[in-house]
Each structure stands twice: as structure tokens, then as C-alpha cells.
Design a protein around this ligand. Sequence first.
Ligand code: ADP
Ligand code: MG
Length: 465
Amino acid sequence: AERKRRAAAVIEEVESSLATPTALLRSIADAMVTEMERGLRGDIHAQLKMLISYVDNLPTGDEHGLFYALDLGGTNFRVLRVQLGGREKRVVKQQYEEVSIPPHLMVGTSMELFDFIAAALAKFVDTEGEDFHLPEGRQRELGFTFSFPVNQTSISSGTLIKWTKGFSINGTVGEDVVSELSRAMERQGLDMKVTALVNDTVGTLAGGRYMDNDVVAAVILGTGTNAAYVEHANAIPKWTGLLPKSGNMVINTEWGSFKSDKLPLSEYDKAMDFESLNPGEQIYEKMISGMYLGEIVRRILLKLAHDASLFGDVVPPKLEQPFILRTPDMSAMHHDSSHDLKTLGAKLKDIVGVADTTLEVRYITRHICDLVAERGARLAAAGIYSILKKIGRDKVPSSGGKMPRTVVALDGGLYEHYKKFSSCVESTLTDLLGEEASSSVAAKLANDGSGIGAALLAASHSQYG
Ligand code: ADP
Ligand code: MG
């Protein structure tokens, strides 16, 4: 009974520290809009970098030819080739391959990482079949999706601002990542030109727009989180160049670095942040994204093990190990709807090493998964809502008339595979928008949209015009 009382006390404390009432989400969204505006002004203290992508035109559907794309940004990287057939034939054929990045390369040297990538790309190019056609005398062209914050200097160049999501490599920050990749391709003897360097959010936006003309923003919920959207070029005070003909500019918000007193930051978040590779940074990302959700759950379970002997008199040693509980496992436990929570029990055995857990312990574990996932999903929805606010697509125009159909493209393993998470994002967004506006807004899964998007942008920025 004493154990139960102590468990209840911890759970109650967790519930209140992770709570995200709708009113709080609204004030978080307002704070994000303010930060977006600061970022667009170029305020050096702005938390959202609001990076200029140099993409002022999204794909039209007319793109044609053979293009490659490379997506580097998480645990896997993908290479892709696509034969584009213009307005009529669209995507004629596409092929891709996924390669996981050996963990030691994520914390090694720049050259090792880029050599590994270029080698995999060269191997992939070697398998190009007859369905793909490169006109005589032309160089192959590549769209490079690089999902880290970059200070873009043109559509095809940019310097790394910082690593995130578990990457920590000396000597890349401040370097042009396109030159790094190009040099590595040369070392592999691969003749290919990078014609577009894009963030994955920008790639997803481009891929999303190709599929649906009403896509105005893209959000990634994967290992990390980020968003991009189409801004009016004249609403970007820091843009000193010529106004693009289209009047638009895609902005990569880098919203993962958002931080605010309003965010419901618990002791578990603070401890995880403190021990991370990038303490004090990417606070919003650490509350939302796939790299961290399972780890937050682990920390709460550990507290319950310590304070309320949740897993018996001894704290299971495996539970002490950071990142042993991964978000896909958390998701599997959370989705267990069997009467005896059998899957969850088996996961606890596998991961934590506790063979016999009572039904009550399993229910508590599932409840913790629910609390952590729900907070993440609701915070993500607040972010999406803030972008819609920023571009005036959060409510029916006051001048009367109907709100234009508005589509947000979403991608990332977390959104794609964690059903309870994605449904919560969607229902919270509906809730924030209200009935009328939400009837014009759709969230759409853009599966691997960033790869196609990068290839499309490589096509529209081809050296052959
Ligand atoms: P990245 O973000 O690294 O480019 P993805 O978009 O494929 O790659 O996202 C991978 C991330 O998605 C994983 O790190 C994991 O956190 C999350 N994820 C993958 N599968 C699942 C799942 N079944 N349930 C919950 N999260 C998942
Ligand atoms: Mg990705």
C-alpha cells in the first residue's frame, strides 16, 4: 500500500508537469510567432533561425529528366534516383536505397562521414538501369537533403551552423557541406554535380507541393523535428537581395531550437538535456521528437523504480542505461490494447530485463507512454498552428469569404509509424483551429517527400537550364 501511494504521488507529479492544456498551447503558439518574426528580422538572439532557403519557386510539375537525391539527417541516409517525365508523365520511375550510418561515423571526422556517403552513392549510381536516361554529354545532378541547420549562401551552397540529433563531428561547423560532399564524390571518382542543397523540411515542402498544389508548409517528426513554410518575401526584413519574381521565399524555421518559459519542462527533461551532447539547445525538439520520447519515458520509469519499487525491490540495472528504451519500443507498448498487455510485458522483459510484471505495473507503464507521447504531439500541433497563424491560414478571413484550402505535408518516422502520436497531432490541431478553419486545413503524410522534393529542386536548378 505504501508503494502504491508513492507510485501514485510520482505519477500525479508527472501528469501535472507534462500537462498541456489548450490555453497553454495557444500561448506557446503566440510565443513561437513572436520568435519567427524575430528570426525573420535577423535578430541575433532569435531562437528560431528562420533560415532563407533560396527556394523561391516550388515545383510546378513540368520538371523532367534524370535526377539523383541524397538524404542525410538521421540514423539512416537514403539515395534516390528519379526519372521525371514532365506534366504528362510525372514520376516515370524511381528507385531508392537506404543505408544505416554506423554510429562511430556520427561522432567521427567529417571526411570519414562524407567518404562513406559518397561511396554508397557511387555504388548506387553503378546500378542505374535502362529505364533511366541521361542525355549524351551531360553530368548527373543531385539534390542534397541535409537535415541540419545550414546558413545557405545560394541554392547550392551553405555552411553548417551546428550538428544536432546525436551527430557530433569535429571540423564541419562553418564548412560548406556541398564542397565537402563534392570533394568526397571526386575521391570516389563519381562525376556528379550538386545543384540544390536543401533542408529535409524544404525537400518535403517541394515534394508535397508537387503532389498537391495547396501545400504551404512541411513538418518533420522523425529523429528530430523541424518545419518549413512559404513566406512572403516582403515579410522577411533580413532579406536584402532582390525580391524574387514569385514574391515568395521558403523559410526553414529550425523550430527545434525553440525555447520558452511556457514550455512544460519537467525534471526529466532537464536532466536529459543536461546529459545530452547539446545541453541547453533544441529544447522543443527534445520534448517532441523520436530520438528523445522513449528516453523521457525511461527516466520516469526509473524514478518510479527508485521511489516506488515499480519493478521490485531492486532497480533493474538495464533501466539505468540512457537511451535503452527507444521510441519505437515505447510506441509498441503504448499501442498494446490486449486485456493483459502481453506485448508490453514482453517489451519490459526484453528491454528492462524484468520477467514478471503485474498488470498494474503494465498499466502504469502504458500510462507514462501516453503522457509523454501526448505532450509531444500536442506541442507539435501548437507549432503547426503557429505557422498557420503566421501566414494567416488559422482562421476565416475577416474580410469575409472562404479560407483557401491549406495543406501541411508531414513526414518522419515518428509521424508515420506512431499512430497514437499522429492522431493526437491532428486532433489537437483541429481543436486549436476550431471547427470552421479546420475544415479547410488538412495534414497529409508526404512519405519520403523530401527525397523526391530534393530531386525536383535539383531539376529546377539544373546547370542545363
Ligand atoms: P530521420 O528523422 O532520422 O531522417 P525518419 O524520418 O525515418 O528518419 O525517422 C526515424 C525516427 O522515427 C526514429 O529515430 C524513431 O524515433 C522514429 N520511429 C521510427 N519508427 C517508429 C515507430 N514504429 N514508432 C515510433 N517512432 C518511430
Ligand atoms: Mg529524415
